[in-house]
Write a protein that binds this ligand. Structure first.
Ligand code: SF4
Length: 431
């Protein structure tokens, strides 16, 4: 079968830009489409191509005409959901190909994709189920009944047989098909830092239950680590890329396994720099593990602080204590590990809240704060509690930089303070 896997273009709309002419808030990410590379790696007996529309935004027509796919798979985040439906429509207009959608939004709100241009929706980890789907379609002409996959039926609710995700869904013996994006590799950069980086994954899922987070749906809340040898193999396959970004949700969740991975990297003689996500409470409890990782090249960690106010942090279900944050920051700075700090600005923020966050970031000298707006993503617990407050339903605005519920401050003032905060800390990141 000819299978075309499509990464949607950079998309999303911006209230501060469209309404108030503030363009400093927009964030553009251009990382490699690792989810598609992983799918492709498990389809070795098919002809597979990856079309990254973030790199070639106008490439769809040519890819359809030249490659003539029998099946097109599309992935994407919530802010890309409308684009996915548009791409599916373009595919159907040009070819009699099957269209399959998966990814974060499909996992959290699968019914959104129950539309005529889409044939199947893959919920959660798809590396194994997508392959099963293709095999069954080839054998029987129908992909119905596979756990974690739903055939669409517009106008009705999707019928999805639940899938119990486990280690077999990782298919660790099949590495991502990094070679399929080789021509784009020079484009996969973190522009803010001027760094080329390759993506690898060491584990899927997270056992925590932060109410705003969309990760749970990928594995039904299970934490599924890859074997150390598979991670080492994947890092090697990335060749001479100097920086590896582990794109797990929570790389250090299992401390013994994080240490085993660190030692596996050291024993393999790999000399690279690493970026990884870590929780502040783990840093405070296990500074020794961070020290070991620093020695094998951990350059920076992404820490989801989310909030500095304990009450809001508790409401989020983060399970961290704001009091621990300064200790975690001190430990990381003493070790020489830079911090990319994720903070979530509530639409309920007052001027005082903005000022307090600004002071906090300045005092703690967090190298690169990333500031997003609390967004009730469909399918998350937060969505269920905030649903009646939502005033913007168009998913193009769910970029995590728009307030989709009414702000407590006048909207223009809210975005003005948000833009000021963003500008204040993004001049010279020292990560
Ligand atoms: S710890 Fe991170 S990945 Fe896990 S649920 Fe919370 S925000 Fe999501």
């Amino acid at each position: 079968m000819n299978i075309l896997l499509v990464n949607p273009p950079n998309c999303g709309r911006s209230v501060p830009e469209e309404q108030y002419g503030m363009d400093s808030i927009r964030q553009i990410f251009r990382g490699e489409p690792l989810a598609l590379e992983a799918l492709a790696g498990n389809l070795t007996d098919h002809a597979v191509r990856i079309l990254d529309l973030k790199v070639t935004p106008d490439g769809l027509d040519d890819a359809l005409a030249q490659f003539q796919p029998d099946l097109v798979g599309i992935t994407g985040m919530t802010c890309e959901a409308n684009a996915i439906v548009r791409i599916a429509g373009q595919v159907k207009a040009q070819r009699n190909a099957l269209v399959v959608v998966g990814g974060i939004h499909a996992s959290n709100d699968p019914d959104f994709f129950n539309v005529p241009a889409i044939d199947y929706v893959v919920v959660g980890l798809g590396k194994a189920s997508f392959r099963d789907l293709i095999g069954q379609i080839l054998a029987t002409g129908n992909g119905g009944g596979i756990p974690g996959v739903a055939g669409t039926d517009p106008g009705k609710r999707l019928q999805i047989t639940p899938r119990v995700y486990d280690a077999t869904d990782l298919v660790p013996e099949r590495p991502p098909a990094y070679d399929l994006v080789a021509a784009n590799r020079h484009q996969y950069r973190l522009e803010t830092l001027g760094l080329s980086m390759g993506f690898a994954i060491t584990a899927f899922g997270c056992p925590h239950r932060c109410n705003f987070c969309c990760i749970e749906a990928l594995t039904d809340g299970r934490y599924l680590p890859y074997p150390v040898e598979a991670v080492v193999r994947d890092i090697r396959l990335l060749g001479d890329v100097p920086v590896i970004r582990f794109v797990d949700a929570n790389t250090f969740q299992d401390v013994a396994r994080a240490q085993a991975l660190c030692r596996g990297i050291a024993e393999a003689g790999i000399q690279k720099q690493f970026f990884a996500d870590v929780r502040a409470d783990m840093v405070v409890r296990h500074p020794d593990v961070m020290r070991e990782w620093k020695q094998v090249g951990l350059r920076a960690v992404i820490v989801g602080f989310e909030e500095i106010d304990q009450l809001r942090l508790t409401e989020m279900g983060k399970g961290c204590r704001a009091d621990d944050y300064r200790r975690a920051i001190d430990i990381l700075h003493e070790l020489g590990i830079a911090i990319v700090g994720d903070f979530i600005i509530s639409p309920d923020y007052s001027e005082h809240d903005f000022a307090a966050l600004r002071r906090y970031i300045r005092e703690t000298a967090i190298e690169l704060p990333i500031l997003s707006v609390l967004t009730p993503l469909p399918g998350t617990p937060l969505y269920r509690t905030m649903a009646d407050r939502i005033v913007i339903h168009d998913l193009d605005f769910y970029t995590l930089t728009n307030a989709v519920v009414r702000t407590r401050l006048p909207e223009k003032d809210f975005y003005g303070l948000y833009a000021e905060l963003t500008k204040a800390f993004h001049r010279k990141p020292a990560v």
